[in-house]
Design a protein around this ligand. Structure first.
Ligand SMILES: C[C@H](O)[C@H](O)[C@H]1CNC2=NC(N)=NC(=O)C2=N1
Length: 101
């Protein structure tokens, strides 16, 4: 199935089920605070594993106890698509297990 950009309204509707995630119309973003540096590193590695499984990759920024995620779909010229929302859902499902909030 071809991947198509979502309208801003579509993105906002989908984000209602993803508290903490925001969009500026170009990127889907969320930052997490972790209980220390290694938990933050572990979250990055876990996200990297999910991204390899999906074949879809965000820009991940690792801080001391923070992880920031920004993602859109390059193949449609840098717009938000269902692939980005799916990645956000997958990340939300595993982040609490790392103590992320
Ligand atoms: C061939 C490979 O699946 C593609 O290049 C994937 C890789 N990861 C990707 N990640 C993101 N964010 N957007 C893409 O369009 C994309 N394309």
């Amino acid at each position: 199935m071809p991947v198509e950009p979502l309208s801003q309204q579509d993105v906002e509707e989908r984000l209602r089920e993803l508290p903490g995630w925001t969009t500026d119309g170009v990127l889907l973003r969320r930052s997490y605070r972790l209980p220390g540096h290694f938990p933050a590193v572990a979250l990055v590695v876990h996200i990297a594993r999910i991204q390899e499984e999906l074949g879809h990759h965000s820009d991940l920024t690792l801080g001391y106890d923070t992880v920031a995620i920004a993602v859109n779909t390059h193949s449609v010229g840098g717009k938000v698509t269902g692939l980005d929302v799916e990645l956000a859902r997958r990340i939300e499902a595993i982040a609490p297990g790392h103590g992320a909030r």
